[in-house]
Write a protein that binds this ligand. Structure first.
Ligand SMILES: *Cc1c(COP(=O)(O)O)cnc(C)c1O
Length: 419
């Protein structure tokens, strides 16, 4: 793992890392470069630029390589990638035009027909669709594990997967949505090591860090080879852009950047600039959202009409999950689920009374969002699989924003009267 550049704190890196004003006419803040194509100074300069891009040969005189065409790369993308890599404490990062574009690139790059993929359960619907749809159709078999704290359970599933084909990739989400179940990343990395020694090829360990983000968890420090993040959520932070990122060692991230040019899923200059600005406040927003989430979860957990919440701050520190949380994460996050005493009808009545909290899917924005999981995010998941994954008809998902916590609690208090 790479240390933070210049030994700076993430809050400082998030504000200015990756942008050098003196390379941009002294502009204190990054200009946006919408140009799709970049001029060469001479025919031989053109050849040098292409040789640098495709073969990694340094430019004559140590000059910076320069850009060719914006799908291949552009200045605003470079800024985002340098900042994301620094925040994830990784050597390199690649940015994509959505979280799913990032996840698809990783899977399409690592998996071949005949390979097996192992994943934690439950898993994001888009990722599930990719694995069970496109990849299964290409001959990649998939296997799952549920208890990411139990080495025997993970190893058992990994062995089964390795027997079906070489196990090429292990994908996990921690904490998982909507159960809040956490997976021990170091444990999964050690399973990958053991399987690798047997099959002669170590499976790639990929962690989807969307629910916590770099201010609360750096999966690379615990043994993940690649960290994928839907930057649409906490990094973008205002529910107004789509973006995704992959961080890790340069030798793993480089091929993903090349694949991205063929898939055509690069992040555009305008969105890159908005995302770069959003990184500046990510630390502040994360801190406030976590504090608000605690206040809201404390209120909900004590409410007679609430059965339970999955808020990570309420996990018993003496439990195995609690000990892992202390080791692996530096905060609770602000997205969790709430099970109310009742089913769909009670939930619907409550939701329709909310005045401050908005009803929508997604998470990680400045505004607090709520949705009834079974009829929205998990609509297409068959009841049995849904309930096994912790989503019953009384489950709501909350993404707590940065408003005043008293207003959120008052809104929930009056709405819960309808349950
Ligand atoms: C939203 C989300 C994604 C997909 O990200 P997009 O930016 O919407 O493509 C992937 N994983 C998790 C956990 C998510 O919440």
């Amino acid at each position: 793992m790479t240390d933070h550049p210049q030994g700076l704190h993430p809050d400082t890196l998030a504000v200015s890392h990756g942008y050098d004003p003196h390379a941009h006419h002294g502009a204190a803040k990054p200009p946006v470069y919408p140009s799709t194509t970049y001029m060469y100074r001479s025919a031989s300069h053109a050849k040098d630029v292409h040789r640098a891009y495709f073969d990694g040969v340094p430019m004559p005189g140590g000059e910076a390589p320069g850009h060719i065409y914006s799908r291949l790369g552009h200045p605003n993308l470079d800024m985002v990638e340098r900042r994301l890599a620094a925040l994830d404490r990784a050597e390199d990062a690649a940015a994509f035009n959505s979280g799913m574009a990032a996840i698809s690139a990783v899977m399409l790059s690592a998996l071949r027909p005949g390979d097996a993929v192992l994943h934690g359960r439950p898993i994001y619907g888009g990722t599930d669709g990719l694995i069970t749809g496109l990849l299964a159709g290409l001959g990649v078999r998939n296997f799952g594990f549920t208890d990411g704290l139990d080495r025997d359970a993970v190893m058992g599933a990994a062995r089964e997967a390795a027997a079906a084909g070489p196990l090429a990739l292990i994908h996990l989400e921690t904490p998982a949505n909507p159960t809040g179940a956490i997976t021990d990343i170091a444990l999964v990395a050690s399973v990958a090591e053991e399987i690798g020694a047997r099959q002669g090829r170590r499976p790639l360990v990929v962690v989807d860090n969307t629910f916590l983000g770099p201010f609360l968890q750096c999966p690379g420090e615990h043994g993940a080879d690649l960290t994928v993040t839907s930057l649409t959520k906490y990094a973008g932070g205002h529910s107004d852009l789509l973006a995704g990122g992959v961080s890790g060692d340069a030798e793993r991230v480089g091929p993903l950047k090349l694949l991205r040019t063929f898939l055509g899923t690069s992040l555009d200059p305008g969105v890159s600039a908005t995302l770069l600005r959003s990184f500046e406040t990510m630390g502040l927003r994360t801190e406030r959202a976590c504090a608000n989430a605690r206040a809201v979860a404390d209120f909900l957990a004590a409410h007679p009409k609430v059965r339970s919440t999955s808020f990570l701050g309420h996990v018993d520190p003496e439990s195995r999950a609690g000990a892992l949380l202390a080791r692996q994460c530096s905060g609770t996050g602000s997205t969790f689920s709430v099970r109310v005493r009742g089913g769909e009808a009670e939930c619907f009545r409550m939701l329709d009374r909310l005045r401050v909290i908005r009803m929508a899917v997604s998470l990680g924005g400045t505004e607090t969002l709520i949705c009834h999981s079974a009829s929205t995010t998990h609509y297409a998941v068959p009841r049995e699989r849904r309930e096994a994954g912790g989503v019953d008809d009384g489950t709501l998902r909350l993404s707590v924003g940065i408003e005043h916590p008293d207003d959120l609690i008052a809104d929930l208090r009056q709405a819960l009267e309808a349950v």
